[in-house]
Design a protein around this ligand. Structure first.
Ligand code: RIB
Length: 309
């Protein structure tokens, strides 16, 4: 990463409807949940919030509908230290929605209606060329139209802005897009989708990372849930464990990791320290319910790290 220091996140905004239940319903089964909440989410917004709360200088390119949810989410994002000027309100569209079940083990399953997120076109991306050009890094995920992700990656590349891709949800990607990426952060499922290699242990992770390096990506970080991450750079790989906490809800844990990681890297912290910072942010997030309500502020991350010694 260079020293311009600014971050642009491009991605989705959703209203998450979250139902906590003992077990996931099987087809044809109805299960009564214990708790229901509506909270702001969306992979793009969660990562933007994680970056904003952990101290990044960040602008967010996204779309909301012209509904009450859209207006409220924009207000919330602005209060999370995010420049929301590039968030477009799409006439006649509804803000994106995610329907989420969380089971007794804290695992989740998610269904999505893209809504206004589908209106983030390459033309809209081009309208924010200046923001991308002035940034050091562009962080994206895959809940936005793929052609727009590619358009943004091309613009970033033209302006020496590093492209960081969190390839979630899992999706096959073109070599053209992968070739523009500086750092990629898949989980095991996403790494398998991209490389065809099933990631079950460190050896598999090393093979999957090598396949991604072969596509032209310099830094590969495969997130491994409670086992931490596999970090691979300059041909060298190692597992970096996370912190052990009691997880109540893993929604947005990966998003929090990504937002905090890029923030720390933009502060020019060494990779090991940046991963430790991101692990701490994600560890705090899994002890809390919901997506954005669970994302910690910088002070909380620093305190957590101090307590670890
Ligand atoms: O990564 C978690 C997010 O995925 C949720 O907030 C939900 O909106 C879906 O986009």
């Amino acid at each position: 990463m260079n020293t311009k220091g600014k971050l642009v996140v491009l991605g989705s905004i959703n209203a998450d409807h979250i139902l906590n239940l003992e077990h996931f319903p099987a087809p044809g089964e109805t299960v009564t949940g214990q708790e229901y909440q509506v909270a702001f989410g969306g992979k793009g917004a969660n990562q933007a919030v994680a970056a904003g709360r952990s101290g990044a200088d960040i602008a967010f390119i996204a779309c909301v509908g012209d509904d009450d949810t859209g207006a409220r989410v924009c207000k919330q994002l602005a209060s999370d230290n995010i420049d929301t000027a590039p968030v477009a309100t799409i006439k006649g569209a509804a803000t994106g929605v995610a329907l989420i079940f969380v089971n007794g083990a804290g695992e989740n399953v998610i269904g999505i209606h893209a809504g206004a997120n589908g209106a983030l076109t390459p033309e809209l991306v081009a309208a924010h060329q200046d923001k991308i050009a002035q940034a050091s890094a562009l962080l994206m995920q895959l809940e936005s139209p793929l052609e727009s992700v590619l358009a943004a990656a091309k613009l970033a590349h033209q302006h020496q802005t590093k492209v960081v891709l969190n390839p979630a949800p899992a999706c096959e990607l073109s070599d053209e897009l992968l070739g523009l990426v500086e750092m990629i952060t898949p989980n095991e499922t996403e790494a398998e989708k991209l490389t065809g290699i099933k990631v079950e242990n460190d050896e598999d992770a090393a093979k999957a990372a090598a396949a991604l390096h072969n596509k032209g990506i310099n830094t590969v970080i495969i997130t491994l849930g409670s086992r931490g991450v596999w970090l691979s750079e300059k041909g060298k790989g190692q597992r970096v464990p996370g912190f052990k906490v009691k997880a109540v809800d893993t929604i947005a844990a990966g998003d929090t990791f990504n937002g905090a990681l890029v923030t720390a890297l933009l502060e020019e912290r060494p990779m090991a320290e940046a991963i430790r910072f991101a692990h701490a942010a994600a560890a705090i997030a899994v002890t809390r319910k919901g997506a954005q309500p669970s994302v910690p502020w910088r002070r909380e991350i620093d305190e957590f790290l101090q307590q670890q010694g």
